[in-house]
Design a protein. Structure first.
Length: 285
């Protein structure tokens, strides 16, 4: 699943290539792509026609564009969703699901999704802590790159929990944007095993972990995010390169770049967690 850096790359592309443009036609090619829009495909198409895209926004891993009618179009990228800018008349992608055409007759905005786990939906905006958010995103916490992110409050909330530290990092109602990749990388940087109980973290260690998550996500963002295959791309279809800089995630059996021990993979929440057995020893039960 794309995490904060990958979603931010797409948001920046939408801000550059779609903001300020008026939609003349929305065309749903596959109904599953708008299944989260409960009124259905025809309602989705009719409500978008004539609306201007005013801005592209993000909170954590959640992406949307603000529309001139006062509502928002949320883009759930899922495992393979792509928002692509393509010239008018260029061949349709095999897995094209939704097409937006604009009044300026310029490049189209296309939603392409091979596995159809993602989708688009229109949503009302609500005010939360002085900020307008889509209703579906109202419960999501601020992310570490948000200027209003309150690290001290997050540290306190994390230490009050009795859970594995990685579960806390992945809890989008506590801190958003961090997924499996950047959680593993941040834990490696501060030498914590994913199973360390949060209530056994010191305040400085918890703060250092959030700093490490912010640092690694900024580094990933600088090179376009992490792309393991052709499904993770920016709005122009280009891949990111942070996979070349990963220290533990996906590195099972390779030597730790800090101590040389082979990286281990452990089962975690129906997924995998990667760590160094020497640098990140499992906590005593």
């Amino acid at each position: 699943m794309p995490e904060l850096p990958e979603v931010e790359v797409v948001r920046r592309g939408l801000a550059e290539h779609a903001a300020g443009r008026v939609i003349t036609q929305a065309e749903v090619m596959h109904p599953r792509a708008v299944r989260r829009h409960l009124p259905g495909a025809l309602d989705f198409e009719s409500r978008l026609a004539g609306q201007r895209i005013d801005a592209a926004r993000r909170r954590g891993k959640y992406l949307w564009v603000e529309l001139s009618g006062g509502d928002a179009m949320i883009a759930h990228l899922g495992m393979s969703g792509q928002m692509l800018i393509r010239p008018v008349g260029s061949p349709d992608e095999k897995h094209l699901r939704v097409r937006l055409r604009f009044a300026d007759d310029g490049p189209e905005l296309r939603f392409v999704d091979q596995r159809t786990f993602g989708g688009l939906a229109l949503d009302d905006m609500v005010e939360v802590d002085g900020e307008r958010l889509p209703e579906q995103v109202a419960h999501i916490a601020r992310d570490p790159m948000d200027s209003a992110f309150d690290q001290a409050s997050v540290v306190k909330a994390m230490r009050r929990k009795h859970t594995d530290v990685k579960r806390a990092l992945l809890d989008q109602t506590l801190v958003s944007g961090i997924g499996n990749i950047y959680a593993d990388e941040a834990l490696w940087r501060v030498k914590l095993h994913w199973a360390r109980p949060t209530d056994r973290l010191t305040t400085p260690k918890a703060a250092a972990l959030l700093d490490a998550a912010t640092e690694v996500m900024n580094e990933a963002l600088a090179v376009g995010g992490t792309s393991f295959d052709a499904l993770y791309v920016n709005i122009n279809g280009q891949s990111g390169y942070f996979d070349r800089s990963l220290n533990v995630y996906g590195q099972e059996g390779k030597p730790c770049t800090r101590c040389g021990r082979p990286i281990r993979r452990e089962a975690f929440m129906n997924r995998s967690s990667f760590s160094c057995p020497r640098c990140q020893p499992r906590p005593a039960s």
